[in-house]
Structures are given as C-alpha cells and as structure tokens.
Design a protein around this ligand. Structure first.
Ligand code: C2E
Ligand code: MG
Ligand code: MG
Length: 706
C-alpha cells in the first residue's frame, strides 16, 4: 500500500524522478570482486581513460569480497561469476540476504542469457560482458546505477517517514482494487474500531456493515460519485462507524482513485481518521459537546423506555455574572474561567455521568442511574458550592456562581426534547429566585409560574402604591399583662379584595426577589413607628420584624438593617428579627455570617415558630439567638393534653439552661395562659391579649395599657 496511499494522502509524489543521470562528476568508489588479476588490470586500464576517475578497490575471493560489501563505503560493485571454487552468484545472494543495498553488476561471459537472468532475479543491478565494455559504457552504467540507488534510498526513506507519520497521526489506511470484495486495511484502520489486525476480515463489507444507518446513503453517494466521476479530485466523507464496544466513532475518510487510459477507476486507496474527539468534544474545555451530550441523552432516554427502574436526571447550569467577567476582563480570562469551571464540574460527578458544555456559559450534567431520589439535588448542591468558591485566574480572584434547573426522568416524557425544555424552565426559575440555587421541575411548575407571575406583578404595584400596610400585634409580659413590644405583620390593603393576609402573598413574594423589598419596607415602617411610640409613650418597647430566609444569602442584609434603624433613630436592641429555623439548616455558613453581623449590631435575634422544624435547641445555641418563639401548635395543646404540656415543660427547661428567652405564640384561651404561667413561661402573644392591629388602633391599645 505504502507508496500509492502515501501519494494519495499527502498529494505529493514522494519518489524522486528516476532515470535521470546526473551530469555532475564526483569520484566513484568501485569495488571489484574477481579472482583473476588480469580482470583488475583490464579495469584499471580502461578506468584511466575516464576523466573523473573511479577509485578501484580489488578483492580476490569470496570471504574478503563479502566483508567489503558488508562494510560499506562503496558506490557500486562489479562481481565476477567465478570466485575460485565459489560462485559469484552465491556471493550476490548472500549479500542481498544480509541486506546489502549496494548495486552489484555481474560480470558474465558471452551467450549466458540464462545466467544473466538468474543474476537479475537474485538482485543484480545489471550485468556486463567481461572484458567487453568500454570506459564510457562502464562510466554511464555506474553513474546511472548510482542515481537510481539514491532515488530508491530517498523513496524508501520517505516511505519509512510516511509509515511513521501514519502511525503518529493515528490514521488508518485502505487500498481497494475496484470491483473486488477484498480490500486491504492497515492494522491501524482496524484498531480504530477496536479490532486486532486478524480479527476483522479484509473485506469491503467489514467496513460497510459498520456504517451508521443514517450515514450510509451519503457515504455510498460520495464513494460511488468519485469512482464514476473523473472530475471530482478526491473522495471525502465523514460518517459514523460502530466500534467493537458498540459505541459510534466519527471517522473522516479521504481517498483517491487511480484510473486507466479511459478514465475508469481501477484502484482506490486512502486514509481513515478518527475524528470522534473533535466531533464530540468542546475544544475549549474538553467536555462533551452538544452532539455527544444529545447522543448520551438519547441513549438514556431509550434505556428508560425499556427499563422502568432506570432513572436519570438532567441538570441545566447557568453561570451567574459570567457575561460581566467576559465583557470586562476579556475573552482570554473568560476562557480560562470556563476551563476552571469545567474541571470543578467534573469533580462534582461520577465517571458515568456526562458533563457537557452547550456553548457560551451554558453547561449541562446528565446523571446516569440516579437511583436515590436526592441524588440530583445532592449533586446540584455540590455544584453550587463548588462554583461559589473563588477562582484564581492569573493574579485575580474571580467569583461566579450557578443557577441550576433539574428535570428528572419519568415515563410521561415522550421525547428527550421535552425533558430538556423542562430542565431549562426550571433553570430560569432558579435564576429568577435569586441565583445560586437549584429548582426541580415538576408538573405544577408551569401553572404555578403563571400564578406567581400575576401575583408578583400585582404585589410590585402594591408596593409602589403603598397598599402594603404594617399591622402590630402586642407581645406582653404574662404575669403583669403589660406590653413588652409588638410584632410587625404585613397586610395588603387590596383595592378590590380588601385586607389580604400574608399567607396569600408572602410565599409568592418569596419566590421572587420581591420579598427583599417587601421586608425592607416593613422593617423601615416598623422601626419608624416604634421610635415614634417610644418617644410618645416614654416606654422601652421593642418591635419584632419577620425576616425571610432569602435575606440570609445576601451579603447586604445586615447593612440594610443597620441603615433602617439608624434612619429611624431606633436603638438596635429595640429591634428583634424573627427568622425561621430553616435559615440555619439551608445556609449554615452564609447564615452564620449574617447572624453574627446582626448580633454585632446589637439587634436581637429570635427563632420563629420554634418546634415545627427539626433543629434542636442545642444546635441553635451555636448561633447568637436571644430567644425563641414557641410555635402556637404547642400552645394550642396546653388546653388539656398532657403530652403537649410535657413537651413545653422540656423546651422551657432547656431554653432556660441555654439562657434563651421564650415567647409563647398564639395564646387564645385563659387555660393556655394559666398553663404557660405555671410552666414558668413569662412572655406571650395571641388573640387572648390582642389581635394584630393597624398602627392607629395599636396606639390606642397601647395608651389604654400604660
Ligand atoms: P408569624 O411570624 O408566626 O406570625 C404570627 C402569626 O400568628 C400572624 O399571622 C398572627 O396574626 C397569628 N396569630 C397571632 N396570635 C394568634 C392567635 O392567638 N391565634 C391564631 N390562630 N393566630 C395568631 P399573620 O399575620 O397572618 O402572618 C402569618 C405569617 O406571615 C407570619 O407568621 C410570618 O411568618 C409571615 N409574615 C407576616 N408579615 C411578614 C413580613 O413582613 N415579612 C415576612 N417575611 N413574613 C411575614
Ligand atoms: Mg413572626
Ligand atoms: Mg410565628
């Protein structure tokens, strides 16, 4: 195959032109092996006539002749048939067997055509009739042979180089005589498809039967087209071939036909290059690209259709702030960041999972066989944490973050496209919810998204139109029933619906960034109101404000709080922030930092609705909380049921030991009130004392109690 394929693939004629006799006259080293002295003298005599001179070295027997042939240093050899009792032909054969490449001219006698033929078959370069050649003819034949040898050496060199290059470039070769079933494949060709050279027969069908169904028509068209059409310079086609392990390899095939005088293709040969990596990998990050990823997704999808127990999950990842970084610091930095992100993503998944870059800053993860229901969320959490850590690029520390949408495989998906769409929808929701989080798509999500959108826009207008009003519910000292302060509770004074309770709009606000604006509005109003009452009534009252968990992923929160109380002129210790225990569970570290900053301001921190979650008092004690609000479900149980009484007794005992204040919520009856007092609880809040009231009513209530 070598030369033809080499020529075809590289498109250059590798063998230098043969038959061209150099006119340049360089001294030529001639070895004469002949046992007759007169032969040497004859040669010396005729060589003397040649201008350039040929240097002659004479060996008279088989052994020294062979030694000189092997030793090298000669350009050409004249070898006599008769070497004492040995034959020159034997020496010729032995020399060839030992790999001597020096051209050897046999010296023969007249009329020994049979011998001449034998000599040529044994590898002689030519023959001359002994004692019957002129100086010119010797000179010409020697120089011609020399030139031919050089050409052959060059050709052999380039073939070797070519073979090496082929090996190095990982290409496979093929060579086919048009019309035959057999085709020659190089070992490399077969290894690309995972086969050892003897495992795959050298038949055209070994190739064709492995072609992907979708690629076959095109391949036939291109291949036959080049065979028939003399005007196409070469054949080129990319298709998929089935590897021994069942996967698809993308191969690029190039070839060229050799034609007879009438232009009919007689032979076609070429190369086969494995371009799977290039076709399936994102060149920047080396991650799977869209093509490979869709392949795998389809694979998982079909598997799920066959095997009901098989589960997989799709994670759509969107980078926060990437565009900013790219625009402000340049594409090189952006690229480096993407590569670093790719490596961290790979670190978050198992080998069987697929991390792909779809382009830009969009990454996806395909989790294979995610059997545990929380597998996907655990990976999502890990990714969010990993991408939130600083990236050191050059001398810079860069921060990004990720929003993730998750779609879980399920029987109701009919196409991979539906799954993709849902993961995408969930990702947009995650982004809308304030980034740095993940959202799992569920069927109700679409309907809910529509509902949320309408409530959200209504709420936004309500904020601007001052329809959000703060109500105040007193917190009292259970013993004296004197006011200790108020809890600020928001109400929506809706033009059509009247007074709307927080449970109808707080969850929606929490689904968007609106809750941040809403809470700050309540905080400012309540702080200002309380400052006014403290001034008016000259009492040391505090105000409790509910703080959504959403604040605790924002670094600005403690600053916002500091500003609100400063503007209102309210001492920090008169402000109480109520947070649910989930804050410490969802965001252990960022929440800790925020809570510490708020504590440092002097603000009091309370755990709201204590007891309904899963946190323990001893765990909460590691945060700077001042107290807890005992959930009203416990208080409601105090009217008789003894088990509730015991639970409350235990909570109060532990709280006391940990020096945490306790406010009982939702006290509605005298029985509950009495029970709390007998258990040692000193603070309470509930309809029994007062309902949440508009500011003007609360002021009247206050003046009546002081
Ligand atoms: P919460 O912080 O636990 O507030 C106490 C809730 O219990 C209030 O409901 C209050 O009206 C109600 N309540 C008080 N005493 C009694 C009683 O004796 N019996 C019964 N059955 N209920 C009583 P509200 O005002 O409807 O608020 C509900 C929740 O909405 C609050 O629960 C709080 O989590 C949230 N919320 C209210 N205002 C805000 C706000 O400005 N920001 C945020 N983030 N959340 C708020
Ligand atoms: Mg509260
Ligand atoms: Mg509460």
């Amino acid at each position: 195959m070598g030369a033809l394929a080499a020529e075809l693939v590289f498109g250059v004629l590798l063998a230098p032109q043969c038959g061209h006799v150099s006119t340049e006259r360089a001294p030529i080293k001639l070895l004469l092996v002949d046992d007759a002295v007169f032969a040497r003298d004859f040669l010396l005599a005729i060589l003397a006539e040649v201008e350039s001179g040929i240097e002659l070295t004479w060996r008279s027997d088989y052994a020294t002749g062979l030694e000189s042939l092997q030793g090298g240093g000669f350009d050409v050899c004249l070898l006599d048939y008769q070497l004492g009792d040995r034959s020159g032909l034997d020496l010729l054969r032995e020399a060839k067997r030992l790999g001597v490449r020096l051209p050897i001219i046999m010296l023969t006698g007249h009329g020994s055509a049979e011998l001449d033929h034998e000599a040529m078959r044994a590898g002689a370069a030519d023959y001359l009739v002994k004692g019957d050649f002129s100086a010119e003819s010797l000179d010409r034949i020697v120089r011609y042979l020399l030139e031919r040898t050089r050409a052959e050496d060059a050709r052999r060199d380039s073939e070797e180089r070519y073979a090496l290059a082929m090996e190095g470039s990982n290409d496979g070769l093929w060579d086919w005589r048009v019309g035959e079933k057999e085709i020659h494949y190089s070992s490399r060709w077969k290894r690309i498809l995972g086969y050892e050279p003897d495992e795959l027969p050298d038949l055209l069908e070994s190739w064709w039967e492995r072609v992907h169904d979708d690629d076959r028509v095109r391949l036939d068209h291109d291949f036959d087209g080049h065979l028939r059409d003399t005007t196409t310079p070469h054949f080129e086609n990319e298709h998929r071939l089935r590897h021994k392990d069942g996967t698809w390899r993308h191969v690029l095939v190039r070839g060229k036909a050799v034609r007879d005088e009438r232009g009919r293709a007689t032979r076609m040969a070429g190369s086969l290059t494995d371009v799977t990596m290039a076709r399936s990998r994102d060149p920047l990050t080396g991650l799977a690209n869209r093509v490979l990823y869709l392949d795998r997704l389809e694979h998982s999808f079909h598997r799920a259709a066959r095997d009901a127990t098989y589960r997989f999950a799709l994670l759509f990842i969107d980078l926060d702030r990437f565009k900013n970084i790219n625009d402000s610091l340049g594409h090189d930095i952006g690229d480096e960041l993407l590569v670093a992100i790719a490596r961290r993503l790979e670190g978050c998944v198992r080998l069987v999972d697929t991390v792909a870059r779809l382009g830009g800053d969009e990454f996806v993860v395909l989790l294979d066989e995610s059997r545990e229901p929380d597998g996907a969320t655990r990976v999502a959490n890990r990714i969010i944490e990993e991408l939130a850590r600083a990236f050191v690029i050059g001398s810079r520390e860069l921060f990004t973050g990720a929003s993730i949408g998750i779609a879980l495989s399920s029987q109701h998906y009919k196409t991979p496209g539906e799954l993709l769409r849902d993961a995408d929808t969930a990702m947009y929701r995650a982004k809308a919810e304030g980034r740095g989080r993940f959202v799992i798509f569920d069927g109700a999500m679409h309907a809910r998204a529509v509902h949320v959108l309408s409530v959200e826009s209504g709420l936004r207008r309500a904020l601007e139109a001052h329809q959000l009003e703060v109500f105040y519910q007193p917190v009292i000292s259970l013993g004296s029933q004197r006011p200790l302060g108020f809890e600020a509770l928001v109400r929506w004074r809706h033009p059509e619906r009247g007074l709307v309770a927080p449970c109808d709009f707080i969850p929606v606000a929490e689904d968007s960034s609106l809750i941040v604006l809403l809470d700050l509005h309540v905080l400012k109003s309540a702080a200002t109101q309380l400052r006014a009452w403290r001034d008016e009534f000259k009492v040391d009252l505090s105000v409790a404000v509910n703080a959504s968990r959403r604040h605790f992923s924002r670094a600005e929160y403690s600053g916002d709080v500091a500003q609100a109380i400063e503007v209102a002129g309210l001492p920090a210790k008169a402000l109480r922030l109520e947070v649910t225990e989930s804050v410490t569970m969802d965001l252990p570290e960022t929440a800790r930092a925020q809570l510490a900053a708020l504590h440092a301001l002097g603000v009091q921190l309370y755990v709201d609705d204590f007891g309904v979650g899963y946190s323990s008092l001893s765990m909460l004690h590691t945060y700077p909380f001042t107290g807890i609000k005992l959930d009203r479900s416990f208080v409601a149980g105090l009217d008789g049921a003894t088990s509730s009484t015991e639970v409350v007794r235990a909570i109060l005992a532990i709280a006391q030991a940990l020096k945490l204040e306790v406010v009982a919520e939702g006290v509605e009856t005298l029985g509950q009130h009495d029970a709390l007092i007998s258990l040692g609880c000193t603070r309470g809040q509930g309809f029994r004392y007062a309902r949440p009231m508009a500011a003007s009513d609360a002021a009247k209530w206050l003046s009546s109690k002081l």
